[in-house]
Design a protein around this ligand. Structure first.
Ligand SMILES: Cc1ncc(COP(=O)(O)O)c(C=O)c1O
Length: 460
């Protein structure tokens, strides 16, 4: 039997795409003018399209393919599990070996105070689960007035109704009358945009202070939780100063509100620790996970719950009326379990922390010398470049986003996947990327910055 890829050529696939497929986050009419790029295969850190062009995947898919492409052991695990027990649910007092093995392994690799997990199929579902669990928790605690969740502008927590409400993207809120009641936003710890002349340490404290001000404005006894990505990914790889998270944690404890880490991007090694909260030194009450949990090989997510909260809900909460058909899907769990073992057994987290992460960051920062780049920042295997008209004054291009998109398109045309968030170019490569592949990424990025500078009339 021929593979699906061989059924059509590029034009054939694009015709079907135009006729039937509504892409996520896409202006469909504009896409139809150019036609979709059809990705047909991948190996290691490379993708190939239907025309045979090779791309270095600087985004690990969508921040998720941590162990790289082409891991046949994950395909084997999936095939074996599908033959044995492809699916069964975990409702009605049942469980299955893969969901239990994965639960046990997650308890080992997550922070020591977190030993209970609920499963979902995505990051959005994980955050939806958190909204419901947090609100239920405060009911069980006898404080039902604590319902408001504080999030941040430029956060991304997903695209479901609750996920998009938690997200701080105004364009998303405009679609579907969001946010839902009980979700409010504060400004992010975005030094390059909001830090002015403050030192990073001082700005981190100021940005954390915005949380305290919001809690006081709302009335502390109405606030249920604060949620944040350790590093805001889709909002432009916003990396808080070292002072930020410890102060956020102090404020949450002072006012008795829950601290939620959305680890959907940062989790499973991306920042050089298993979880971003460990990189930034704070202990969340709950964590949303997905993406790197299975390296994207199958859809799965989860929510880790701190012991004291899980125990309270177990002892006094009764039945929690929540769950999905695919919560604890045996095949997804088997693949996630093997994926996490690969990350652990190959020492990928330590490699990113001690070797390839520091190397990537050193080389990435060389790009700051480029006339278009106002700042090159990053941690571990995540990075951002701020493209600006004037480096001295941090003046942005007008209209915002056009130059970023131009550069992103040059990258695609020249064999590199980088993503543009307005005029911030971002990377999040597979954790298996080698020194030589990092060198290739930097060379390609520099070439595309030169092409972009040329197109907007800035000498490079
Ligand atoms: C931090 C964060 N949370 C949640 C999500 C939503 O995950 P999903 O697309 O799997 O629903 C994303 C997706 O990019 C994310 O970056």
């Amino acid at each position: 039997m021929t593979s699906i890829s061989e059924r059509h050529d590029t034009a054939g696939w694009q015709a079907i795409d135009r006729k039937h497929f509504l892409h996520p986050f896409t202006d469909t009419k504009a896409l139809h003018e150019t036609g979709a790029r059809i990705i047909t295969r991948a190996d290691g850190v490379y993708l190939w399209d239907s025309n045979g062009a090779r791309l270095l995947d600087g985004m690990a898919g969508l921040w998720c393919v941590n162990v790289g492409y082409g891991r046949s052991e994950l395909a084997d695990v999936a095939a074996e599990q599908m033959r044995e027990l492809p699916y069964y649910n975990s409702f009605f007092k049942t469980a299955n070996p893969p969901v239990l093995a994965l639960s046990e392994l997650l308890a080992e690799v997550t922070p020591a105070h977190m030993n209970h997990v609920m499963f979902t199929s995505s990051g959005s579902e994980s955050n939806d689960t958190i909204v419901r669990y947090v609100r239920r928790y405060w009911d069980v605690m006898g404080q039902p007035q604590r319902k408001t969740i504080i999030s941040r502008w430029q956060a991304y927590h997903g695209s479901t109704v609750a996920g998009a409400s938690l997200s701080g993207m105004k364009a998303m809120h405009a679609h579907g009358d969001l946010p839902i009641p009980g979700i409010v936003h504060i400004d992010p710890p975005y030094s390059y945009a909001l830090g002015g002349d403050l030192t990073p340490a001082a700005f981190g404290l100021r940005a954390a202070g915005w949380l305290e001000a919001k809690i006081i404005e709302l009335g502390a006894d109405t606030v249920a939780a604060f949620i944040g990505e350790p590093i805001q990914g889709a909002g432009g790889v916003i990396i808080p100063p070292a002072t930020y998270w410890p102060e956020i944690e102090r404020i949450c404890r002072q006012y008795g509100i829950l601290l939620i880490a959305d680890e959907v991007i940062c989790g499973f090694g991306r920042t050089g620790h298993w979880f971003g909260c460990e990189t930034f030194g704070f202990k969340p009450d709950m964590m949303a996970m997905a993406k790197g949990m299975s390296s994207g090989y199958l859809p799965i997510g989860g929510v880790m719950v701190a012991d004291n909260i899980a125990q309270k809900m177990i002892d006094e909460g009764g039945e929690f009326f929540h769950g999905y058909t695919y919560s604890g899907h045996p095949t997804c769990c088997a693949v996630a379990e093997r994926n996490i073992r690969i990350i652990r057994d190959e020492g990928l987290v330590e490699r990113v922390r001690d070797d390839t992460g520091p190397y990537l960051q050193r080389r990435w920062r060389e790009l700051e010398a480029h006339p278009l780049v106002g700042e090159a920042r990053g941690i571990g295997f995540i990075g951002a470049l701020e493209l600006v008209r004037d480096k001295g004054t941090r003046q942005r291009f007008d209209p915002l986003g056009e130059v970023g998109t131009l550069c992103r398109d040059f990258c695609f045309a020249n064999g590199l996947v980088m993503r543009a968030v307005w005029d911030t170019l971002i990377i999040s490569p597979p954790l298996v990327m080698t020194h030589a592949e990092i060198d290739e990424l930097i060379d390609l990025a520099r070439r595309c910055l030169d092409l972009t500078a040329g197109a907007v009339g800035i000498p490079s």
